[in-house]
Write a protein that binds this ligand. Structure first.
Ligand SMILES: NC(=O)c1ccc[n+]([C@@H]2O[C@H](COP(=O)([O-])OP(=O)(O)OC[C@H]3O[C@@H](n4cnc5c(N)ncnc54)[C@H](O)[C@@H]3O)[C@@H](O)[C@H]2O)c1
Length: 271
């Protein structure tokens, strides 16, 4: 039997697990036999996600967990360790943009709202760093563990309008490399930190930006498609395999990388 991709009984905590990409990934990982801890901001969303997850198996639980609240992170960390005895993987899926941190189509560059910009930096960057600094303590104690972060296509190439989000995702790439290096040098080669950089997937946050009500592309949606050699948006299940690979033994010599899952968007010059 091929055990390279076996994630049976791994304890995997997923933040943003009531959302589209991380939520779908959490369910997929549970279907593969992992024990999944569903974490998201509001109790009702967590309860709904766990109710769905129970249909897959009993190997799941959930907690309301604001990734920017250190007290809550500490409590959840302690509860997971108490009930599961270990934590093998952290998937940092909480993140996203907000309108005020984006330059609107009719706005000037200098209309940026610094307060909203800071909120987006916090959610995406600190919202990844804080859970990692909390949960990776278990990896140090166990001598093994794995983190998967969510970057974005906006981290490397300038993308119009989305300043705060882009700055935060660029910093996530840097944090991925930094944390991977530190954990390996200090605690050995069984602790790995990687990221994926999804291309464009229709979700709650970007639907109106990319699609008109009749399903046709907006002008921005068309620009994205023009720069995507696959000529389509991603489907949420198309991120699952990369995450599965990154947390499995198949990637046991892989750390500090950011894997594009983007239909060729990053590779293509657009010309
Ligand atoms: N959808 C895309 O095209 C795309 C592209 C690139 C990167 N990403 C990244 O992928 C990740 C998931 O995106 P998605 O499209 O599934 O978004 P989503 O909005 O569906 O999910 C994000 C989840 O994070 C939760 N969340 C927000 N603030 C939180 C907080 N403070 N604490 C805990 N949870 C919180 C939300 O409740 C939501 O359930 C994000 O980091 C996003 O930036 C998405």
């Amino acid at each position: 039997m091929n055990t390279l991709f076996n994630i049976q009984d791994k304890v995997i905590a997923v933040t943003g697990a009531a959302g589209v990409l991380a939520g779908g990934t959490a369910k997929y990982l549970q279907e593969q036999g992992a024990y999944v801890v569903y974490l998201d901001l509001f109790q009702e969303k967590v309860d709904a996600a766990v109710e769905e997850a129970k249909k897959i198996s009993d190997k799941c639980c959930g907690f309301a967990c604001n990734v920017l609240d250190q007290d809550v992170l500490d409590q959840v960390y302690a509860q997971v360790l108490e009930s599961c005895g270990r934590i093998d993987v952290l998937v940092n899926g909480a993140g996203g943009n907000m309108p005020g941190a984006t330059i609107g189509p009719d706005q000037d560059v200098f209309d940026l709202k610094i307060e909203d910009y800071t909120k987006v930096l916090d959610l995406n960057l600190k919202g990844t760093v804080m859970p990692t600094m909390t949960f990776a303590k278990a990896f140090k104690a166990q001598g093994s563990g794995c983190v998967v972060n969510f970057s974005s296509m906006s981290s490397k190439n300038a993308m119009t309008r989305v300043l705060g989000y882009s700055n935060a995702k660029a910093a996530i790439d840097n944090f991925t490399r930094w944390m991977a290096t530190e954990m390996a040098i200090k605690y050995g080669d069984k602790i790995r930190v990687n990221a994926l950089a999804p291309g464009f997937f229709i979700g709650n946050q970007n639907r109106a930006l990319l699609l008109n009500e009749d399903g046709s592309y907006t002008a921005r949606g068309q620009q994205v498609i023009n720069k995507t050699p696959f000529r389509r948006f991603g489907q949420q299940e198309e991120v699952y395999g990369t995450i599965h690979y990154l947390i499995s033994d198949a990637a046991r010599f892989v750390t500090g990388v950011v894997v594009p899952v983007d239909g060729g968007f990053e590779a293509f010059s657009g010309v």
